[in-house]
Design a protein around this ligand. Structure first.
Ligand code: GLA
Length: 672
């Protein structure tokens, strides 16, 4: 660990909304924060209407008091730019900044995030507010971090208004230069869609039937870029006056924003994470989300900006967290690279749409399970910050999974071979890797893949030649490449790669795809329900027999070994999994969605032969290495026995053969 990292402490705290409370409560808040070990709070996220109650009139007196009080209490501030929710006066004065849906419905104020990201009016007023806030607080001693806006795109990620149409046209002109190039890329010879000039182009508004696929994809790319442009504009204002780090909070696997592009722009990656406590798969999904955050930052420590201390209020049924679960999930973030644990929110609200969302200080006060768990975690993190622990350390991973937003956007478009949920596919691969004890980095095909023993490529539906060459080169140079179905079907303009799909990977994998044959139930079955169609598969690489679903195809194995075949039905005997030696590495192809057990056996075998090191495997227990520490988390509601190589930093309990209680955590150090 570097000296710089050692000097820090884990961040601990949450969103603090003092504008919802009287000043007497602020004083109590600071006392309670000290008691709970809070050292960092996010302030001002939804304060625009309070800071600028009328056009151009700024009231900072209350915020001065809040920041001073926090500073006196030793609590540092993640100060928001407050641009996430324009006040009602602004929408009344400039209704043209309100967002419009694809169906032409204008969304009103009275909720939050009611603005079009491309609106020059919104951007003008937001910039003025940010300048005022930065001028006022850039030198404030409590300031630790700038929090730009909040969850960009969480409610309004795409806007179809006239301002968006104008901005979309400029974006397209930048991308294509000429209208002929756009017509080629969009394939507008089809259905009489030819454009004579950029001025004729509209956002993909509601239309009689299937829209132009490349127009849809470009609108996705444009919309992510527009939100990012809003972030960048605020960042530039801050940077011109302050050297304090800048972040904006991500939302895990968030389809509307290509976080690879976003991550380059933030000084520290921060994330909001709300897995459902009632879902038994949540610990695995949570692990996947945390691995993404670490990967977005290139392995640097990241910040868990928001999680709930208990139940949320926005699901149909909102489960409370079980005793210990909040702590277990917090250590999961730390194990996977976080250097701070924060919550939405500090004090549970008594009014407004989030009054039933848990807070660190619940409605029922401090003599409560939630507050006791908040205090316990705060004191543990303070103690852990004092000693040689995981703080600041890197998380080693020798397996990578390719994640690609273009493919996510394109594969879920209408008029496809079959309806595919991209993230569900990624999660299926991740579940198997997690169950096999591997720590996973997410990557792009053109990243430095040579660092990984195994690279898995789930449904890279859209790929350019450079990406395919990078994957092929990785296998040729000794890597183990595992490619999933529906990869390299299209190029970046969504034109088909003809002659058996796959582009350069055809040679690497030694296969061609002749025809798609996804198992489909007749449409009439939908009226009567019934099981989704399943396929049977057979082969040693999956330990005998297994089942598969969702996808199948006629694969021709030209120079690959067939390791698993479809068993029965029209695909009987056709390849389901193939393997080919490629240079000094190898390349696998998986032509269907294998069931979890079969995928686990397959990947376990592949990782074993690729020499991937893995920790102890105990069902329900997650074990992750961070720096010289091993962190074990029992996600079950029963105690489990586990051998760990050292004494627990949290409890001091001795080495090996220990019991981890339900939702229990142990951290042992001293690994080589
Ligand atoms: C998001 C927002 C918060 C709050 C929480 C509730 O993460 O950023 O303002 O609405 O959701 O879960």
């Amino acid at each position: 660990m570097s000296d710089a990292a050692r000097a820090k402490a884990f961040g601990y705290g949450g969103d603090y909304n003092p504008e919802q409370w009287a000043p007497e409560i602020w004083r109590e808040d600071v006392e309670l924060m000290k008691r709970a070990g809070v050292n960092l709070v996010s302030v001002g996220i939804f304060s625009w209407a309070r800071i600028e109650p009328r056009d151009g009139e700024f009231d900072f007196a209350w915020l001065d008091d809040v920041l001073d009080l926090l500073h006196q209490g030793g609590i540092r501030v993640d100060l928001a730019t407050a641009t996430a929710s324009p006040p009602p006066w602004l929408a009344l004065k400039h209704p043209e900044l309100l967002p419009v849906t694809a169906d032409g419905v204008t969304l009103s104020s009275g909720s939050r995030q009611a603005y079009c990201p491309s609106s020059p009016v919104y951007r003008h007023y937001a910039a003025r507010l940010v300048r005022a806030i930065v001028d006022r607080y850039a030198e404030h001693p409590a300031l630790a971090l700038w929090h730009v806006n909040n969850e960009y795109g969480c409610h309004v990620s795409r806007c179809y208004c006239d301002a968006s149409a104008t901005a979309f046209r400029s974006w397209l002109e930048q991308r294509y230069s000429t209208i002929e190039a756009l017509n080629d890329a969009w394939g507008t010879a089809f259905w009489s869609q030819h454009y004579a000039a950029f001025d004729e182009i509209l956002p993909p508004r509601a239309a009689p039937t299937f829209k132009n696929p490349t127009q849809l994809l470009d609108f996705d790319r444009f919309s992510s870029d527009e939100l990012l442009a809003c972030f960048r504009a605020e960042k530039e204002i801050i940077r011109s006056r302050s050297t304090v780090p800048i972040t904006t909070n991500f939302m895990g696997f968030f389809k509307p924003a290509d976080y690879w592009a976003w991550a380059r722009e933030v000084d520290i990656v921060s994330d909001d994470s709300y897995p459902d406590p009632a879902d038994p798969l949540s610990p695995v999904y949570g692990a996947m989300q945390r691995d993404l955050m670490r990967s977005l930052g290139g392995g640097k420590p990241w910040l868990l900006m928001e999680q709930s201390p208990g139940a949320v209020n926005w699901r149909e049924r909102n489960a409370a967290k079980r005793p210990g679960q909040m702590r277990a999930w917090s250590y999961q973030s730390i194990a996977r690279g976080a250097d701070g644990i924060m919550f939405f929110q500090w004090r549970q609200a008594v009014a407004g749409a989030e009054k039933f969302h848990a807070g660190m200080v619940p409605h029922s006060g401090t003599d409560t399970r939630i507050f006791r768990e908040v205090e316990q975690l705060g004191s543990e993190l303070a103690a852990l910050s004092e000693r040689e622990g995981p703080l600041g350390a890197a998380v080693p991973a020798s397996v990578a999974v390719v994640l690609d937003w273009d493919s996510w956007w394109a594969i879920e478009q209408e008029a496809s071979p079959t309806a595919i949920d991209y993230l569900a596919g990624v999660f299926a691969w991740y579940r198997a890797l997690f169950a096999a004890g591997a720590t996973v980095d997410f990557v792009r095909p053109t990243d430095d893949l040579a660092r990984y023993a195994v690279v898995v490529v789930p449904s890279l539906f859209v790929a350019d030649d450079a990406q395919l060459a990078a994957l092929a080169g990785y296998a040729a140079d000794g890597g183990t490449l595992v490619v999933g179905y529906q990869s390299a079907i299209l190029d970046k303009d969504l034109h088909v790669r003809t002659g058996g799909y796959l582009g350069a990977l055809q040679q690497t994998l030694g296969i061609r795809i002749e025809e798609f044959a996804p198992p489909a139930a007749p449409d009439l079955a939908a009226l009567g329900g019934g099981e989704p169609p399943r396929l049977r598969v057979r082969g040693d690489a999956i330990g005998g027999t297994g089942s598969a679903s969702l996808w199948a195809e006629y694969v021709r194995a030209d120079s690959a070994e067939v390791r698993v075949v479809f068993d029965g039905g029209v695909l009987h005997g056709f390849p389901a999994v193939t393997r080919r030696r490629s240079g000094s590495g190898e390349a696998w192809y998986v032509a269907t969605l294998l069931d979890d057990d079969a995928l686990l056996v397959l990947l376990d075998g592949i990782m074993t032969s690729a020499g991937v090191e893995r920790g102890p495997r105990v069902p329900g227990v997650e074990v992750v290495r961070r720096g010289r520490h091993l962190i074990a988390i029992n996600h079950t509601d029963e105690p489990v026995e586990i051998d760990l190589p050292g004494a627990d930093l949290l409890t001091g309990a001795g080495a090996s053969g220990r019991t981890l209680e339900a939702q229990g955590v142990a951290i042992v150090g001293g690994l080589p």
